[in-house]
Write a protein that binds this ligand. Structure first.
Ligand code: HEC
Length: 112
């Protein structure tokens, strides 16, 4: 057994198998942290993104007015109310259904 010519191959094989296990655990850990980051993003809504998708078509690219009036720097509660309910006269339809989105967009626009 002392000078068995197969010993180096067995060692290399053992090392390779160990490496495979190591890399798959490493990969699984990476995937978990990537998932974590992603759910973090969705939990914290981006007011700018929401405004770009839902408001600029009427309020202009910088929200200072288009078909609708300028809404930059208005009170956050007022913006949230319009986003969820639209205007009383029906000129602006309700745009958002989600309270968290309305909060995020109101905070963003009121801070402009
Ligand atoms: C379909 C077009 C349209 C879209 C989309 C739209 N708005 Fe409006 N918005 C209007 C119009 C028109 C008015 C003016 C209504 C009026 O005078 O009664 C208005 C008025 C407002 C006002 C009141 C302005 C003031 O001076 O009191 C706020 C606040 C507002 N919009 C916020 C938003 C937000 C936030 C979004 C995106 C979530 C949005 N709007 C999307 C058309 C739109």
């Amino acid at each position: 057994m002392r000078n068995n010519p197969l010993i180096p191959y067995v060692l290399i094989m053992a090392f390779g198998i160990g490496l495979i296990f190591f890399m798959s655990f490493e990969g699984a850990a990476d995937k978990n942290s990537a998932d974590g980051e992603h759910s973090g993003e969705t939990a914290e809504l981006n007011g700018e993104d929401i405004a770009q998708k839902n408001c600029i078509s009427c309020h202009g690219g910088d929200l200072t007015g288009g078909g609708g009036p300028s809404i930059v720097g208005l009170d956050a509660e007022h913006i949230k109310d319009f986003a969820l309910n639209g205007s009383d006269n029906g000129m602006m339809p309700p745009v958002l259904k989600n309270e968290a989105e309305a909060d995020a967009v109101a905070e963003y626009i009121s801070g402009l």
